[in-house]
Design a protein around this ligand. Structure first.
Ligand code: C2E
Ligand code: CA
Ligand code: CA
Ligand code: CA
Length: 278
């Protein structure tokens, strides 16, 4: 198993394989973890390719285990979604991210905004608009410093209800990014309706740049499409300088990835900003 955590999750994972994970136990642990404030938010810098400067950070949730390992979000978010507890986790993430961003801005990094990943479940209770408003007010963060990341699947066939919530949040001044672009659906109709500012090219395409002959024309086409729709293009998962150079050639606007930094805890990101954002 990837995780050395002393959790029920791992025991079942080892003994019986993935398909037999004791989901009930893991769900109970997730709820408990939220109550016990075990979750942490890490932050990965986002870079403006044209000038190499930091333009913001993306908040990424972490679940540390007692032995120092982490259960990754890809492993617990889907379960947190199916049990509905993601609504509370998501609210905590929003509060924490806005508060941290406000602290950086007060420390002189006034150009830094924060991007937060949303789950489709957060639209269900119809409270998202109110929650966002509340969190902005509570933290003092300007709405324009907050970006919400949504995946394509959340925007496909999205009902009037979700549209209305998104419109309301957009009207406050919050911006939206389409996450994992290219991995969801071939139906691009939602791009006509949805008022996004950024299109994040999934890292599976970026990793292939320079390796697969096919990824370059694909990434080029996505960047051009974004530009013609008036969207900023963002490359995820940039790990080396050659990839960055190619993306710059292709006209990509922003990037994030291990080439600059992995996601870091708040105080480490503060240090990173102090050395890279002055
Ligand atoms: P995502 O939003 O697409 O986030 C990008 C993922 O790529 C992150 O994984 C990040 O750590 C990783 N990454 C960044 N740069 C590189 C790189 O250069 N190379 C490689 N190989 N990977 C890189 P992470 O943090 O494990 O998150 C996985 C997914 O979990 C996220 O994908 C997002 O969909 C979800 N997630 C994370 N935090 C939250 C959250 O607070 N709420 C919700 N609803 N979902 C979250
Ligand atoms: Ca994301
Ligand atoms: Ca992504
Ligand atoms: Ca993803």
């Amino acid at each position: 198993a990837k995780h050395e955590g002393r959790s029920v999750f791992r025991i079942y994972n080892d003994d019986m394989g993935r398909a037999n994970i004791d989901k009930f136990n893991l769900m109970t642990q997730i709820r408990q973890a939220l109550k016990d404030k075990q979750f942490r938010l890490f932050y990965q810098p986002k870079i403006d390719i044209s000038n190499g400067r930091v333009c913001g950070v993306e908040a990424l949730i972490r679940w540390p285990q007692e032995d120092g390992s982490y259960i990754t979000p890809d492993e617990f978010i889907p379960l947190a979604e199916s049990s509905g507890v993601i609504a509370d986790i998501g609210h905590w993430v929003l509060q924490e991210a806005c508060a941290a961003c406000m602290r950086w801005r007060k420390q002189g990094h006034s150009n830094v905004g924060v991007a937060v990943n949303l789950s489709y479940v957060q639209f269900r209770d119809g409270l998202l608009e109110r929650n966002v408003q509340h969190v902005l007010r509570q933290s003092g963060l300007p709405a324009t410093a907050l970006e919400l990341e949504l995946t394509e699947s959340m925007l496909i066939g999205e009902g009037d209800d979700i549209s209305r919530q998104l419109d309301g949040i957009y009207t406050m001044g919050v911006s939206f990014a389409i996450d994992d672009f290219g991995t969801g659906y071939s139906n691009l109709g939602y791009l006509r309706r949805f008022k996004a500012s950024r299109l994040k090219i999934d890292k599976s395409f970026i990793t292939g740049l320079g390796v697969s002959q096919r990824d370059e024309p694909l990434v080029r086409a996505i960047i051009q499409m974004a530009a013609s729709l008036g969207l900023q293009s963002v490359a995820e998962g940039v790990e080396d300088e050659a990839t960055l150079r190619l993306l710059k050639q292709l006209g990509c606007d922003e990037a994030q990835g291990y080439f600059w930094s992995q996601a870091l805890p708040e105080h480490e990101l503060t240090e990173w900003l102090n050395t890279h954002n002055s």
